[in-house]
Design a protein around this ligand. Structure first.
Ligand SMILES: Nc1ncnc2c1ncn2[C@@H]1O[C@H](COP(=O)(O)OP(=O)(O)OP(=O)(O)O)[C@@H](O)[C@H]1O
Ligand SMILES: [Mg+2]
Length: 372
């Protein structure tokens, strides 16, 4: 591989170890051929970014920070976090798990709370996350080969007025330079819908974009339990019903925060996010290698999320008599399923619930393509 490209400041692989060394050691399977076209379903959450294609799934935390010079084990670190380094006009960035692992909390930037100029800042942030996701989907593509992309995505209902701006930010040719790819992404088409519709299309359309004849419901509800928000969307025979849709400021992070606080109290140290997540999922904390039962703590930590979800459902759909089916999606779906199902028997937990929106966006993009 020619060395004659300009090496950007701060990108681990380029800066510290000549690219060839990394590439030869890290045989990166080429996922897409130059000039090929791919369709991508992209769900950029406040906590986690999810991207799916026909045969690939990419997920990483929606967090980033300016790249840092690492004094040691650069190669090993780059190996652990392939595709988490990107270079663009605003410099070199660590993204996702690499950012969480190597940057101090104060240097971490999140999509959430980009108060200043939500739309523009938010869309610039979303564009960088989208480029990282694409870089991971076509890892191993170099030499600025071009890949054509049809992209379907979503925005929180309250941000749908920024849809046109998001489309404008995403559509077009983008140079993507990461530690595992350097290509030109020609995003030829962008579709943006209210986030919850992803979960509806995941069930009402097939992967090929055909209408799912099984999905005969007239009024379909989606309850998307995310990191920072729980979102409800109601669709009445294809029409979005705003009055019966809405969000509440609660999410899986409320449980993660409580568990983190208890662990810090019990072990007098701040726990890495990964460990908090594991305790939430398993109910077990491994102290000095020994399993400690935290299931009671986890149940208590989940109470606010469960009651916030039920009260939002009650506020928007009352007893649920007028909602034919409720699709439960998002990373927190499993955590509230029993409570929601008990109150609303028409509830269905979507398979791989965290990826439901992204999968539905992909189905929708296929559906549009079929309309020709
Ligand atoms: N099976 C699971 N059990 C527990 N937590 C999970 C599970 N799957 C995912 N999560 C966690 O659920 C959280 C929410 O995930 P999700 O991807 O839906 O959030 P998001 O879309 O980023 O958030 P938001 O919708 O608020 O923007 C994440 O913190 C994720 O790590
Ligand atoms: Mg979400």
């Amino acid at each position: 591989m020619p060395i004659s490209r300009t090496t950007p400041r701060g990108l681990l692989a380029f800066q510290l170890i000549p690219m060839e060394t990394i590439v030869s050691k890290r045989k990166i399977a080429q996922n897409s051929l130059p000039g090929s076209s791919i369709t991508v379903g992209l769900d950029i959450g406040y906590g986690v970014t999810k991207a799916v294609t026909t045969d690939q799934i990419v997920t990483f935390p929606s967090v980033m920070g300016h790249a840092r010079e690492l004094k040691f084990a650069q190669e090993d670190i780059a190996e652990r976090h392939p595709g988490d380094q990107i270079m663009d006009d605003e410099g070199a960035w660590f993204v996702g798990d690499l950012a969480l692992a190597q940057l101090p909390p104060g240097e971490l930037l999140r999509l959430r709370g980009r108060t200043a100029n939500e739309a523009t800042m938010g869309n610039a942030f979303r564009l960088r996350l989208a480029k990282v996701a694409i870089g991971k989907l076509v890892a191993g593509m170099w030499n600025r080969d071009i890949v054509h992309i049809r992209l379907a995505s979503g925005l929180p209902v309250d941000h749908m007025r920024d849809a046109a701006e998001l489309k404008a930010a995403l559509v077009g040719q983008h140079i993507i330079r990461t530690d595992t790819a350097e290509l030109v992404a020609n995003i030829s088409e962008v579709m943006v819908m209210p986030q919850g519709y992803g979960s509806i299309y995941a069930m009402s359309l097939s992967e090929g974009g055909e209408i799912n004849r099984q999905h005969t419901y007239r009024r379909t509800g989606v309850c998307d339990v995310g990191t920072y928000t729980v979102d409800l969307a109601l669709d009445d025979e294809g029409e979005y019903v705003d009055a019966e849709s809405g969000s509440v400021e609660s999410g899986v992070y409320t449980a993660q925060e409580r568990i983190a606080a208890v662990l810090e109290r019990d072990y007098r140290q701040k726990m890495p996010f990964k460990i908090v997540e594991e305790v939430l999922r398993t109910g077990v904390f491994r102290a000095n290698g020994q399993p400690v039962d935290y299931s009671v703590i986890v149940e208590e930590a989940l109470a606010p999320l469960r009651s916030a979800t039920l009260s939002l459902l009650g506020e928007k759909w009352h007893g649920g008599a007028t909602v034919d089916v409720i699709y439960l999606s998002g990373g927190g779906a499993e955590l509230v399923y029993d409570d929601v199902q008990a109150a609303y028997p028409q509830t269905q937990l979507l398979p791989e619930a965290q990826l439901a929106n992204a999968r539905g966006y992909l189905h929708y993009a296929r559906f549009v393509a079929r309309q020709g």
